[in-house]
Ligand binder design. Structure first.
Ligand code: ADP
Ligand code: MG
Length: 729
């Protein structure tokens, strides 16, 4: 009866791998061939323009107008030589993903024809008519102008036939309307703050760079199956579907052999990545069936984040060539793992030191400990904010809901680092002075390098883990723009480092020697930030209670979690570091609440439709078959015998009725709850109402639909089931 479902399942299962066009050259030849990187700049720009541009990038200086014209001319020539016909300012609005509006290079030549032109003015700044992007009230319609301005630190690239110029996006009055602007500000803040502290150890340090290595998790679904699931197509996740009898319990997917169709997709994607200068390196199967991961070599954070955004759009495009759809949603399927995007985060100096990596000398190790404990203190102080920075309507299904990890931020250090912190905490002043002055005395710190190599001590349940030379912020969602998490983390750590710096300076002014001053402050931080340190099982019930006792933020409602952006501590911290103003924070929260509401609203509508139009009619039809059968049995046999023979059917008929009546009444109540919520004028209140009154009804409706799925004749069930969606042949 449900011919569509069987047709698409057959189509999906018959599909073969799509052959990939493999370039004849090795990757080192075509790598970054679509990027206007230094090599291309050198070839296409006059010597003086090249030198000035490189200087602008390296030393974060202003670019002159004449220079911009000269660069635009060179960039256009390069782009046209490489097949481009359009250009666009490529930016990251506060919605998901990226935005671009393409313009052709053509201009009238005055003789009835056209010439291809591109000026410095167009390169540096544009005014896209982008008044429909969310702005949280910053732009009233009379000043709806938003400006995009060139980010010289991230190179332009060619996507399809369009020259894409990475830009920031700001309002007429200078407020950021995007993710990149505050990310760049946070990179400046952490550069300044970390440089000051690093100079305690090496005065030659001039800059500190923030590195990001993201690991992108995702699901693949065959496109025929995807199209037959309106919930997947419209919301990115399945709103119903009973668990498959087999899913991830045998752990046979993780690191398993990659199916050939998927391997072809991955290869195709990697080739595209490499042409665009994205250093894609690692690929593997993830824990859940049909779940995979791609990770590049880490890069400077702004570039790495641009690359992640670019990757997400490339994935969508390449997947279609292979008859797949990519699911970047954090929780596309209930009952199996969701997808995250681990953010491997570290700081390095322009003198080549990784600040979270232990060194060889005692001073290097003191520097290492200094930076580690400052991160711990910042994460502790701002744990609520950091949770807000990774929270969204979609990631809420992965965190704090029924399946771990929980919505509590803590830091995993591993036993080796934990024991060093412990020893430092309990050391006496004399011991510390010894440590600081005598080269023979080590306090165990000198042994760190050897010990740290053994990094098997990994805790997968921690949202923020120290992993040998970096921290891994694991709570970030798979569909997120990493900038949201990075800018909060960088700002918090920069603020903490500034505080640390001034306290140490004060001690020095008061006559203490440098190492002693540092050690005293380090010790104070070890003690004050203890509550954030947790090496145990983050998924356990006990941890939730323990975290509560420790005073960590344990809020689980996404709309209330966003409040942390507007706490006094957050507002002051963002102001001190210059990363976001109060107006910007308020506007951004309006957008967050609005997005939350809209996402839940769309899901609720889709679920209501599916329940009423797809599930109920089928359940009724199946039920009436059973009723027919009962009637027929009664016409054939005497009453007592007929009732006995029909007893199973009768009980199923009743159960189906019960499930259907709950579904019908919950759908009605859900619609009413939406109407009530929609009347609330305040974005925050509305989001809370959606969270409290709409989401629970969706869960109930789903529960009953999933029960029906198990009862109704398999032949009739209209939507592809989990067991069909989740196993690529
Ligand atoms: P995992 O074992 O967690 O999958 P990998 O060793 O594959 O981790 O690395 C994951 C990511 O971390 C990669 O993108 C890698 O480049 C990045 N990474 C490695 N070292 C650093 C570092 N010091 N700073 C930032 N990212 C790093
Ligand atoms: Mg990792």
């Amino acid at each position: 009866m449900s011919s569509l479902r069987f047709k698409v399942v057959e189509e999906a299962f018959d599909r073969k791998a799509v052959p990939v066009e493999i370039p004849k050259e090795r990757p080192e030849v075509y790598y970054a061939s679509k990027v206007f990187n230094r090599q291309a700049m050198y070839r296409y720009l006059p010597k003086s323009a090249y030198t000035a541009l490189v200087n602008t990038i390296d030393n974060k200086q202003q670019l002159s107008r004449e220079l911009a014209d000269s660069i635009a001319a060179g960039m256009k020539k390069w782009a046209i030589d490489n097949g481009a016909r359009h250009y666009t300012h490529w930016f990251h609005p506060l919605t998901d993903g990226t935005a671009e509006k393409h313009d052709a290079f053509i201009e009238h030549d005055g003789k009835g024809g056209v010439v291809e032109e591109f000026t410095g003015k167009l390169l540096v700044q544009q005014e896209p008519d982008a008044s429909s992007f969310p702005n949280g009230g910053i732009r009233n319609t009379f000043e709806a102008r938003g400006y995009s301005a060139w980010d010289v630190s991230s190179p332009a690239f060619i996507l399809d036939e369009t020259l894409c110029i990475p830009t920031i996006f700001i309002s007429y009055t200078g407020e950021s309307l995007d993710y990149k602007t505050p990310l760049l500000r946070s990179l400046n803040a952490i550069d300044k703050a970390a440089t000051q502290v690093a100079q305690f150890f090496d005065p030659a340090v001039k800059h500190v760079t923030n590195n990001l290595g993201w690991e992108q998790e995702y699901f693949l679904v065959d496109e025929a199956l995807y199209s037959a699931r309106p919930d997947l197509a419209l919301t990115g996740r399945t709103l119903m579907g009973h668990e498959s009898a087999k899913n991830q319990q045998l752990e046979d997917h993780y690191f398993g052999a990659i199916p050939s169709r998927v391997e072809a997709f991955m290869l195709d994607l990697e080739i595209e990545c490499h042409r665009l200068g994205i250093p894609a390196k690692t690929r593997h199967n993830e824990v859940a069936p049909n779940q995979f991961e791609l990770a590049p070599i880490f890069e400077e954070a702004n570039l790495a984040n641009d690359h992640n955004l670019l990757l997400m759009s490339l994935m969508n495009e390449v997947a279609r060539r292979h008859n797949f759809r990519v699911l970047l949603h954090e929780k596309p399927f209930a009952g199996i793992n969701g997808s995250g995007k681990h953010n491997n985060w570290s700081l390095s100096t322009d003198t080549g030191v990784l600040l979270f990596a232990p060194g060889k000398t005692q001073m290097e190790n003191l520097q290492f400990i200094t930076f580690i404990v400052n991160v711990m203190a910042a994460v502790h102080k701002h744990n609520g904010l950091l949770k807000a920075s990774i929270m969204s309507a979609t990631n809420a299904h992965r965190l704090g809901a029924n399946e771990a990890p929980p919505a509590i931020i803590s830091i995993f250090t591993g036993t080796q680092l934990a024991s060093i912190l412990e020893r430092l905490e309990h050391s006496t002043q004399d011991e510390m002075i010894d440590f600081a002055t005598k080269s023979g005395y080590s306090m165990g710190l000198a042994q760190i390098p050897e010990l740290m190599i053994d990094n098997t001590d990994r805790n997968r349940t921690s949202p923020f883990a120290f992993t040998g030379n970096r921290f891994e912020f694991r709570a970030v969602g798979s569909s997120a723009n990493c900038a949201a998490a990075l800018l909060a983390l960088n700002a918090a750590v920069a603020d903490q480092l500034n505080d640390f710096h001034s306290k140490v300076e004060k001690r020095i002014k008061d006559g203490e020697i440098l190492t002693h001053a540092i050690l005293e402050e380090v010790k104070a931080l070890i003690i004050s930030s203890k509550p954030i340190h947790f090496d145990g099982n983050g998924y356990s019930e006990e941890w939730k209670q323990e975290a509560e006792r420790r005073g960590l933020d344990c809020e689980t409602s996404a709309p209330k979690i966003f409040d942390a952006y507007l706490s006094t501590e957050s507002v002051e911290m963002f102001a001190r570091t210059g990363v976001l103003s109060r107006i910007e924070l308020e506007a951004r929260n309006e957008v967050k609440w609005e997005m939350y509401t809209k996402k839940v609203q769309i899901e609720a509508r889709v679920l209501g439709d599916l329940a009423i139009n797809h599930v109920m009619p089928v359940a009724t039809r199946y039920q009436s078959l059973l009723v027919d059968n009962v009637v027929k049995l009664r016409s054939l046999f005497p009453d007592i015998k007929a009732n006995r023979l029909a007893s199973h059917d009768l009980s199923t008929i009743e159960k189906i009725s019960e499930h259907m009546s709950v579904i019908k009444s919950e759908v009605d109540q859900m619609v009413d709850a939406r109407k009530v919520a929609n009347r609330l004028a305040c974005e925050r209140e509305r989001a809370i109402a959606y969270h409290d009154t709409v989401v629970p009804r969706m869960e109930t409706i789903r529960y009953h639909i999933d029960k029906l799925e198990l009862m109704v004749d398999n032949e009739m069930w209209p939507l592809p089931k989990y067991r069909e969606l989740l196993f690529i042949r």
